[in-house]
Design a protein around this ligand. Structure first.
Ligand SMILES: Nc1nc2c(ncn2[C@@H]2O[C@H](COP(=O)(O)OP(=O)(O)O)[C@@H](O)[C@H]2O)c(=O)[nH]1
Ligand SMILES: [Mg+2]
Length: 435
């Protein structure tokens, strides 16, 4: 069943109603110009948009939030309106007495006030009587042509997908090759640094270790799990780990080191705190530095690097967040993140937000990973974090880590590699700023 209402006109109507889409319920040329067919397909449906098309080419109709029925009563709806298109422009006629917005007639199609009925009395005709509860100019609305050559009723539904992705990704294997190549051959803009150090910061269970494992897997060519990952209420990782990456098992070192550490914890005094982050970012902590949860870090601690060089420092900080948990993120954790973000900002280190578990967060993404940047849910979560932490949307990347699967797949690889690529670009900005 093909909608007669053009995509453009659908879009124009939807833009009046919020983030919604239209789903065709009833089409008179298919189901018949009978009130029975209309009621069978449209009763109890709401909100709806009803559209008539006449032989003179007018496109007009009405919107109501109320479910259709055959009660014979008028139904109140202060949001109801009639409309017509003037070319591609929508002209609206709001209900003038909302108590009489829709009339639930059993012998007619959609019936608005006592002013406009489509497919009236089981015929392809319009009943038009401007004034009673809607004011409109009949010539303007339908050119006084009361013969319909189509009548459609659409259900208004919440949209789940954006029309355009907010990040363009090319889902082809050549792209994967290109990304891998550009990562392998990347050289930091500062010659004293051979490997970019990226620090992952985020709550326990956000997928930090899994992200490292995923990147490692892509370059190994099969799923690996070097960094311990799992679901535990308190931090599985209490060490600071700097994981170098290799191109294949015995291959060359890649120009990136991923640093994984304790998780951020909600309660004060637990997990990673601002001072720990500062020490890490400034390059004071060696690989395998063991955090002591009961004692603050100090410069006499074993292994503490007193005068770190540029190569020891962190060149990009990545906030790793579980997309499923963003809407329920505890206030305390938000505050901690915000404070860290401010601190890292003041140190001039570029920052990215990595949204993980996009597959679990949105069924559209679970079904097809290529929906990751068109899913409205994912976009909403990114917007929320962006507003809360003051990180622009351009600094967001989303992935699905390798968690349960045993085989690599192209789309996951491309997202993971794109994220790494973005981190390298951001690190470059940092080196550029230094020189
Ligand atoms: N479905 C799915 N599960 C994930 C993803 N990333 C991580 N996980 C799972 O989430 C749990 C916590 O991940 P982990 O990497 O240990 O989190 P960490 O505490 O931040 O290091 C593990 O059971 C992972 O398998 C993802 O992108 N999708
Ligand atoms: Mg971990």
């Amino acid at each position: 069943m093909n909608p007669q209402l053009t995509v453009n006109k659908q879009r124009t109507i939807c833009s009046q109603l919020g983030r919604v889409k239209l789903q065709l319920l009833y089409k008179a040329s298919v189901h018949g110009y009978t009130s029975a067919a209309f009621h069978q397909r449209c009763d109890s449906r709401c909100p709806t948009v009803s559209v008539g098309y006449n032989t003179s080419g007018f496109v007009f109709g009405g919107y109501t939030q109320q479910p259709f029925s055959q009660s014979g009563q008028y139904v109140q709806d202060d949001k109801a309106f009639l409309f017509t298109f003037k070319g591609e422009n929508l002209h609206k006629y709001p209900v003038s007495n909302s108590s009489y917005a829709v009339r639930m007639m059993n012998n007619s199609g959609p019936y608005f006030g006592d002013a406009l009925a489509l497919a009236n009395l089981n015929n392809p005709i319009v009943y038009s009587s401007p004034g009673k509860y809607y004011n409109f100019d009949a010539a303007e609305m339908h050119g006084n042509d009361l013969v319909l050559n189509e009548c459609e009723v659409y259900q208004v539904e919440d949209a789940t997908e954006l029309e355009r992705p907010w990040r363009t990704i090319i889902w082809e294997s050549e792209k994967r090759t290109e990304l891998m190549e550009s990562i392998k051959t990347y050289k930091p803009a500062d010659s004293s640094v051979s490997q970019v150090k990226v620090l992952l910061v985020g709550p326990i269970g956000a997928g930090k270790s899994s992200f490292f494992n995923s990147v490692n897997s892509v370059f190994r060519g099969h799923v690996t799990s070097q960094a311990m990952s799992g679901s535990s209420a308190t931090s599985l990782t209490t060490q600071f780990r700097a994981y170098p990456l290799k191109d294949g098992r015995d291959g060359k070192r890649l120009p990136i080191i991923i640093c994984d550490t304790m998780g951020l914890e909600e309660s004060t005094g637990a997990g990673l705190d601002i001072n720990d982050i500062s020490s890490i970012v400034e390059g004071h902590l060696p690989d395998r530095y063991q955090f002591n949860p009961s004692a603050a870090l100090h410069s006499e601690a074993y292994g503490y690097i007193k005068s770190p060089e540029l190569k020891d420092k962190i060149h990009c900080v990545v906030y790793v967040l579980d997309t499923c948990k963003i809407s329920i993120m505890p206030e305390k954790l938000e505050e901690k993140l915000e404070a860290i973000r401010k601190k890292v900002n003041s140190m001039g280190i570029p920052q990215l937000v990595l949204l993980t578990k996009a597959d679990e967060a949105c069924p559209l993404v679970k079904q097809d990973l290529r929906n990751i940047y068109t899913s409205i849910y994912i976009k909403d979560m990114a917007d929320k974090v962006s507003a809360r932490l003051g990180v622009p949307l351009s600094c967001f990347v989303a992935v699905k880590n390798y968690s349960e699967e045993s085989e690599l797949n192209l789309n996951s690889d491309i997202l993971i590699l794109s994220a790494i690529n973005q981190m390298l670009r951001f690190a470059d900005n940092y080196f550029d700023d230094l020189s």
